[in-house]
Design a binder for this molecule. Structure first.
Ligand code: 5GP
Length: 201
């Protein structure tokens, strides 16, 4: 059944928690979800592709997008800008497609203020030590950057109470199953099933 309006889903969690892997698995299992490819000024990591993982732009272009109000939200994170294109997501939501945003907590707070119907999910690792291990194992960032990301993670954890759901990424399959359950429950909300209800009136 086609939905009248897509669900906006905000997923946050510290860098290194394994969000990208969880998202890739979720997208392969669940249809009708569009992953919003963010804009960023950070350099691509090995294996990342422009237009797939991120749209990589320079600071001048990002600042032009801010000034032109092309972004639903944006934030500065460890010295780089990250932001979500408003048009890309609005078109999908209007077409009844769910839209998934992988964004950090400041951006999520902006979406919370602007989009009251959005669903907010925070992903944590099984422990703080495990987060540090995962960042080191990834091998893509210098020790300084890793320290910055761990410090940032501690600040981000303080925002968890303003999210709707908390998912623990111990095993990817477990985290994906929890997110699937959350999304299915959201779909079953009476508000989201108004078009079926009409025939029972
Ligand atoms: P990374 O550099 O590890 O890919 O991402 C760093 C952080 O930026 C992650 O927490 C990620 O969720 C966040 N992020 C990615 N895209 C966006 C975006 O469009 N807006 C905001 N606010 N944060 C983003």
């Amino acid at each position: 059944m086609k939905k009248e309006k897509g669900q906006l889903i905000v997923l946050s969690g510290p860098s290194g928690v394994g969000k990208s892997t969880v998202i890739a698995e979720l997208l392969s299992q669940r249809k009708n979800i569009y992953f919003s490819v963010s804009y960023t000024t950070r350099q691509p990591r090995v294996g990342e592709q422009d237009g797939v993982n991120y749209n990589f732009v320079d600071r001048a272009e990002f600042e032009r997008m801010i000034a032109a109000e092309e972004l639903l939200e944006y934030a500065e994170y460890v010295n780089n800008y990250y932001g979500t294109s408003l048009k890309a997501i609005q078109d999908r939501l209007d077409a009844g497609i769910d839209v998934l945003l992988d964004i950090e907590v400041q951006g999520a707070a902006k979406v919370r203020a602007r989009c009251p119907g959005a669903l907010f999910i925070f992903i944590i690792p099984p422990s703080f030590e495990e987060l540090s291990r995962r960042l080191h194992r990834r091998g893509t960032d210098s020790e300084d950057i890793i320290t910055g990301r761990l410090e940032k993670a501690r600040v981000e954890f303080r925002e968890i109470p303003s999210y709707d759901y908390l998912v623990i990424n111990d095993k990817v399959s477990g985290a994906v199953a929890e997110i699937e359950a959350i999304l299915t429950a959201a779909e079953c909300r009476v508000d989201n099933r108004k078009s079926i209800l009409a025939q029972f009136a």
